[in-house]
Design a protein. Structure first.
Lengths: 292, 436
């Protein structure tokens, strides 16, 4: 009887959530997995045939796919490093209460609630040939630094990474702030008494104790970075040419050509990569977490 | 017990009242629905984003107001349109009406088996150019515009007049003109990064380089049947190389990779650029946006086209209806209304063009647009743009070939032959993928 009383909520309460999740997540993933091994396309909508690994081989032979894969990793790693570093720096600056603290927190968090379309329009205007950035450089007599920022691979990719990091550093900041606030002040007081420097306190107390926050941020950032689509789509649409393509935009282009089998194969590769990288990173950081 | 009985009683009364009111409301709604269906109803439509949707919206609103027919439209971005259309076709979910360039649409939907034949409708007799939207004399589409688009150079007339510049008639004159404009610190030709923009040079150029529609059809069939390759037609690579040569000479703006089409028009109006390649009928709508600038048209002389032909874009925007549409009677009613000046005038209200029907006000068109068109029609010096011949491989040329053009222009990593060799591989793959 006691067991029944404390046994949690009845199972049927979760049925709507399971149904929605199944219809919109589980079933499409399973279908993609199956269809990736077929010759499915718009002309064989209802009659795809088993084609083995053909779709996977086709996309692996495509240099654009390999470039997309490289861009995906570059983007995921670079944005994760920047978001974590800047997020932590902001958290350290804003964790102590001071006048205007909440205003700064709100300002730094604001970019991640902006619509990606707005971000796209905003930065396209800033980075255009006659945009704000080049005009500013002209005002500062730095015309030699003026560029067609989104027209070349290096600068386009750099700006995409910087914009993404700018958008989400505030989110990382909040996760770090919750981690930092959970560290008892006694530890720092004891360390100060023992004569430990600020840097020593940071490396020996703060970093190990906010490891759970680092795990959360790194895992979310890398998984998000691997799945990137919207920022690429609104800023460069994978261009110039195919230079800033990533796996999601590659799959999207394959879909536009009606190559649904290849599009599914690209999605499956992306899903597998996200799962492997997320689990590996999670495992790596979890081992370094310290219990309070 | 008494309290419980009272509660039950109140609950029963309330339930009865609620049920009753629900039934009454339900009946009311049902009656209302019945009335609406008998008077009008809803038509599902698939619309392409870049078309004159403001004009269409005005027509739809009038239709709802006067005929009680509501158009439930799904607007699709251009680069996704054909794919969505094909998926709807494959899954048997075609909407009641489909908007597209009618001659192109016939490449995707078999008119005889998939589209409704409107040949018996009264409006067919009012069409100015019925042959453009007909197949074997049967009317499977409802055109809004007449087939009169053509590709040409659009230029800033004020800039030309202020600087005493003349319209070039030979390739040497064209080169000298570009050089002169370049020396003035102005981009002679503006080229935007939108994938569909640079391709206008090629869809125009291929047709003109091949010299006739017959030659273009023959080439297309030979390549699509696998009998020949694009490399067997060196004049096609020459078209791309000519464009790359113009780029090399510095006649284009230096921000090809990022300049948008809309901004190119701003720069043309601001005299930061002097000319751009486009469609003649882009002028009226842009003239409305830049009322202080006068724009003109001329046919650019190209080294591979000695006959100085214009390339007709064969663009007849309009609708077709699925053969199995359950709402075909409403669609007929809609098309009958749309064929009248009362409705079609709304379409051309702020985007002048040549209407498909007699008696419709297409708006004011600049004289030189019509003159150039008429001159080439009279002389018989015109060809149909290559994109029309390649209709059946449209997804692959718009997704792949247009990207190669941009890459060749912005990165200089391919010449004409390399672009076409890459495209050859894409076409072969596409044909293999789509073999039934």
């Amino acid at each position: 009887m006691i067991k029944k009383k404390h046994g949690g909520y009845p199972f049927w309460l979760s049925i709507p959530a399971i149904a929605v999740y199944s219809v919109f997540v589980i079933i499409p993933i399973v279908m993609s997995l199956v269809l990736a091994f077929t010759d499915w396309n718009v002309n064989r909508w209802t009659s795809p045939s088993f084609a083995g690994l053909t779709s996977f081989i086709e996309i692996l032979k495509d240099p654009v796919f390999m470039k997309s894969l490289f861009n995906n990793f570059l983007y995921a790693i670079a944005t994760t490093v920047l978001k974590v570093v800047f997020g932590l720096a902001l958290a350290l600056a804003l964790v102590k209460p001071f006048k205007g603290n909440t205003i700064f927190r709100t300002i730094f968090y604001l970019p991640c609630v902006l619509s990606m379309t707005v971000i796209g329009v905003l930065f396209t205007a800033i980075l255009a040939k006659n945009g704000l950035l080049n005009n500013l450089l002209e005002m500062l007599h730095l015309t030699s630094f003026q560029r067609e920022w989104l027209g070349q691979y290096g600068t386009a990719m750099t700006w995409i990474i910087l914009i993404e990091s700018w958008m989400w550093a505030g989110f990382n900041m909040f996760v770090f702030i919750s981690g930092l606030q959970a560290i008892p002040r006694d530890y720092y007081e004891a360390a100060s008494t023992e004569g430990a420097s600020r840097i020593k306190q940071f490396t020996s107390i703060t970093l190990p104790l906010i490891m759970p926050a680092i795990t959360v941020n790194v895992t979310l950032n890398v998984a998000g970075g691997m799945k990137v689509f919207d920022i690429i789509y609104v800023l460069t649409n994978g261009g110039p040419g195919t230079d800033t393509q990533v796996l999601s935009t590659y799959g999207f282009k394959a879909f536009s050509l009606g190559y649904l089998g290849e599009s599914s194969a690209a999605s499956i590769i992306l899903t597998i990569l996200v799962i492997i990288v997320s689990f590996a990173l999670n495992g790596f950081f979890r081992k370094r977490e310290v219990e309070l | 017990m008494k309290k419980k009985a009272l509660t039950r009683g109140i609950a029963a009364v309330l339930s009865t009242a609620l049920l009753g009111s629900a039934l009454i409301t339900g009946c009311g709604k049902s009656d209302e629905k019945e009335t609406k269906t008998s008077e009008g109803g809803k038509i599902s439509a698939l619309l392409i984003q870049s078309q004159n949707n403001d004009g269409l919206q005005r027509m739809f609103e009038k239709l709802e107001e006067e005929e009680n027919i509501k158009v439930d439209a799904q607007v699709i971005p251009d680069d996704q349109y054909l794919n969505i259309l094909q998926m709807k076709q494959a899954s048997g979910e075609l909407p009641d009406i489909i908007q597209y360039n009618i001659p192109h649409l016939y490449n995707y939907l078999d008119p005889e088996t998939e589209l409704y034949d409107f040949s018996d409708e009264a409006w067919v007799d009012e069409l100015l150019q019925p042959e453009v939207s007909q197949v074997d004399g049967k009317q499977y589409g409802f055109p809004l515009k007449a087939n009169s688009g053509y590709q040409c150079f659009l230029y800033n007339k004020d800039f030309f007049e202020e600087n005493n510049l003349s319209i070039p008639e030979t390739t040497e004159e064209f080169d000298a003109l570009c050089q002169q404009i370049k020396e003035m610190g102005v981009s002679p030709i503006l080229l935007a990064s939108d994938a569909w923009v640079p391709q206008i040079w090629m869809t125009n150029g291929y047709a003109r380089a091949l010299g006739s529609d017959e030659a273009a059809v023959e080439m297309t069939e030979a390549v699509l049947n696998g009998e020949k390759k694009f490399s067997d037609y060196p004049e096609m690579a020459e078209v791309i190389d000519n464009l790359l040569d113009i780029k090399e000479k510095g006649y284009f703006n230096d921000d090809i990779a990022t300049l948008s089409w809309d901004d190119a028009w701003v720069e043309l109006s601001d005299q930061k650029g002097a000319m751009l390649m486009g469609e003649a009928f882009m002028i009226p709508s842009n003239q409305a946006m830049f009322p202080d600038t006068r724009f003109g048209v001329f046919n650019v002389p190209l080294p591979f086209d000695e006959k100085d032909q214009i390339s007709i874009s064969s663009y007849t925007s309009g609708f077709a209806a699925g053969k199995d549409s359950e709402n075909i009677e409403m669609v007929k009613k809609m098309f009958a209304a749309f064929a009248t000046p009362d409705y079609l005038n709304l379409y051309f209200e702020d985007a002048p063009g040549l209407p498909a029907f007699e008696g419709v006000e297409g708006g004011e068109l600049p004289e030189d647009i019509l003159e150039l068109y008429q001159k080439h029609m009279d002389a018989g010096t015109y060809v149909t743009e290559m994109n029309l011949h390649w209709g059946s491989i449209e997804p692959v040329f718009s997704e792949k070939l247009w990207t190669y053009y941009l890459e060749a222009l912005t990165k200089g990593n391919m010449d004409g032959k390399a672009v076409l060799d890459n495209f050859q591989a894409d076409v072969e793959k596409y044909l293999k993928e789509n073999a039934m």
